[in-house]
Design a binder for this molecule. Structure first.
Ligand code: ZN
Length: 214
């Protein structure tokens, strides 16, 4: 069906498509205000609320664009916040405590709480290591054991060693990690956790695969 000519389209990030897509402006409301200071000085502000619907997946988001006469430019916020990452599909197929922690990490990522996300990711790796190779002491020994058991490649091990130190710096030295670093850390952590899901998939596949004829 052709779109009516009056329909307004804007290109913004879609949380489901995970990229910028065309969105239909469903509704828009403006709230303005001003205040007088003395005889000849006035400050004013304007909030524009725009409800936007993705033309591809129909996900709906609300944007608030705020303008204040004493500040240059606009402040833009989205509800729910814009996300660049989605929870893996296998998140419910891993042990319950790991799955619950992963969900909390995503809640932190989606509210831009990078430090909380890194602390959570560090705990998640520790949880996995303790279950797979036992509590052998420090992270370095446990990672070495994971490498030997084939859960990690050498590159992943090196990266995790540095990333876990980032987690330590966040917890104990107030370090604020960059979003890219946290994303990379999540890639490796999820790669590790996927072993749980793959284990189940291997067993299922074995059950349904007909045996070879002798
Ligand atoms: Zn979309």
């Amino acid at each position: 069906m052709a779109k009516p000519e009056t329909e307004k389209i804007e290109c913004v990030h879609c949380n489901r498509c995970l990229r910028s897509t065309d969105h239909t402006v469903v509704a828009e409301r403006k709230i303005r205000g001003s205040e007088l200071y003395g005889d000849d000085f006035e400050i004013s502000w304007e909030d524009t609320y725009t409800m936007l619907e993705c033309c591809g997946c129909h996900d709906v988001t609300l944007r608030r664009r705020s303008w204040f006469s004493e500040v240059d430019g606009f402040n833009i916020e989205f509800y729910p916040p814009q996300v660049s990452r989605r929870m893996p599909e296998w998140a419910d197929k891993i042990p319950r405590n790991a799955s619950a922690l992963l969900k909390e990490i995503y809640a932190a990522l989606h509210s831009n709480s990078m430090r909380l996300a890194v602390m959570g990711a560090r705990s998640l790796v520790d949880l996995f290591m303790n279950e797979k190779v036992g509590d052998l002491g420090g992270f370095a020994q446990k990672l070495e054991a994971l490498l030997k058991e084939g859960y990690l490649s050498r590159f992943q091990k090196e990266f995790l060693l540095v990333a876990l130190d980032t987690g330590h710096a966040v917890t104990h030295r107030g370090f604020a990690p960059k979003k890219d670093t946290v994303e990379q850390m999540m890639d490796v952590v999820e790669n590790l956790l996927q072993h749980y899901a793959l284990q189940e998939a291997v067993e299922d596949l074995r059950k349904v695969t007909p045996p070879r004829k002798k």
